[in-house]
Design a protein around this ligand. Sequence first.
Ligand code: AMP
Ligand code: MG
Length: 319
Amino acid sequence: MEQLVKSTEENIQRAAEIIKKGGLVAFPTETVYGLGACALSKEAVVKIFEAKKRPHFDPLIVHIAHREEVDRICHDIPDQAWQLMESFWPGPLTLVLPKNETIPDIVTAGLDTVAVRMPAHPVALRLIECSGCPIAAPSANRFGHISPTQARDVLSDLGKAVDLILDGGRTVVGIESTVLLVTNQGINLLRPGGVSTEDIERKVGSIKIITHSQKILSPGATKIHYSPRVPLYIFNGSPQELERINEPHLVIMSPIPLSHQSMKVFPLSQDGNLSEIASHLFEEMRTLERMRVCAIIALPVEKKGLGRAIMDRLTRASA
Ligand code: AMP
Ligand code: MG
């Protein structure tokens, strides 16, 4: 049987049967492709860690199709969490909340909290619905590598380790969800992502941004992550300094089109649009990796709006 298939209703049903039997299915979401297993089965979830070679201290996000399912897997949900669900679900926002017994410890790396999200993608939602269980799913890449934005990326990273890959075309957001820890004492940003902190603060007031040294709260937020297999450097100099670099074997990844006398330039957007840059970031990293360029010089964007998540991914890729 073919492993990579179109996301037809028939194939989604097939995928749901695999999930029910404890297998692994890669599926599209609006952020990146996920590697899913039944979140209620310890045996199924173990396979995710094995397929990705992901360390067990890195907890998974549990995906649901209806807001009411949060009550089944979480308890003592703060009012602000409901407000955030109302405003941003379905969408690229993950909430970390106190967990119920139904979720096995392996999903949460032994923590008493669980990360939950409702994805804004018809295939993901249908798959969760047909499977009849919440689906635990990290990004469907080898641990530490670039997150997959196309079905073929999943195949090249995970190959036979996944039972079925549902092809839903390129993902739209292109970077992972924003992760928030929500408590009655306040809201902490654990990972910037597809929903900007500005948009969140407009809804629920100011939130606390956890810096790297405090990341013990979010054990999975390891420093090296999302890395292409070629060195990536963030360029912080002036345009004049950039023009003075004469290294024809390097390439520039830029938020806007520009010309350079000796280096080839790969623009992520035509006009510096942050959604477009985020959407193309991982895809372009994979393209440059396949081209076997010697190194990538990435030009930064301002850490505002989606720029915060874009710079987070670039910084990790360059670590
Ligand atoms: P990924 O599945 O690769 O998108 O990563 C999910 C990320 O969510 C993890 O790496 C953690 O940083 C974060 N996360 C998941 N569960 C928890 C949790 N219970 N507490 C804090 N952070 C979490
Ligand atoms: Mg990941």
